[in-house]
Unconditional design. Sequence first.
Length: 91
Amino acid sequence: MQYRCSSVCCSSLIEKNSISDEPINRIEYAKTCLLKNRKALISEIALDSGFVNDAQFCSMFKRATGMTPTKYREQVSANTSYNNKIKKTPT
């Protein structure tokens, strides 16, 4: 089966896909910031990641990851320090 699409229709579809990927990219950036800048406030990371405010950021972050930014930071930090302790322990 072959689909035909006008240039206007195709550009609209491409634009919609690009827009829908943007929040995911911002969430990935925020995840990195949460771990690298552990003293940074969530509101600072939200704005730095391109969100309008921290409420919007927290809502989208939880939808994408299943946890709040604070919980993500705590959980990943705890797992990282646990894994680092295991690596340092001689066998």
